[in-house]
Design a protein. Sequence first.
Length: 244
Amino acid sequence: MFNSYKNYLDKPTLRTTQKEGLIGQKVYVYYNLHTHTWSVRLGSKVVLHTDYIKLKDVEFRVRAGGREKVRVEQSKNVHAFVIGNIVDYSFPGEEIPTPTLPVEVTYNPYIYNNFVVKSSKKELFNTDEVEMIKRKVYASSSINENIKKNKMKKVVRLNENDIEKLVVKILSEATPKKELERKVTKYRKSDFEPYQRESELKTIFGPYSEDIPAQALEYMRKNPASVIKKLIKIYGVDKVKSYT
């Protein structure tokens, strides 16, 4: 492992990467147990391994599923992240600054559900800045202990027609149009076009055809065997045969 890590550090592309390309980018940072450094993920790609990184507008996030898997399997996985915009960082092996932020933050999946202030054990969800140095995390003094920042959410009020359109949009790719119309209109006969087979079934009822509920016609179309079996049960097989 040491040789592979050394080879990674010696890659010229890593040493010549311009910091300006990453400064200000929103990244996900986690501790890498293989390289023993912080791994920095931009989108879905790890773009940097470093012993030091400073972030602003920070969120501490723990994926509950990953945490519970650690506890059950007693085997670590990547599920805890410090998320924020890059302010500064160093490459592995370079001189790193000493911490300037006062609050040490820690996380242990066997003990805590989320990141906590090391001294008080109070949960943290966000802070203005963090410095991540070696295996330690330091937060600014303006942390919000045990409180998630309330993000402004736009309240959208939907009327019945809006909800109906939303249901149609969600289900339209998986549901045939006529079937979908029936689901969202609650079988109002005037609101959808019947299937050809249902139109044919209506003729069975002669002058009462217009009084037959759409649900009944749909049931007969979808379950002809069941309908025939019930007729046989009522009239007997010989009687039914005599009608054909």
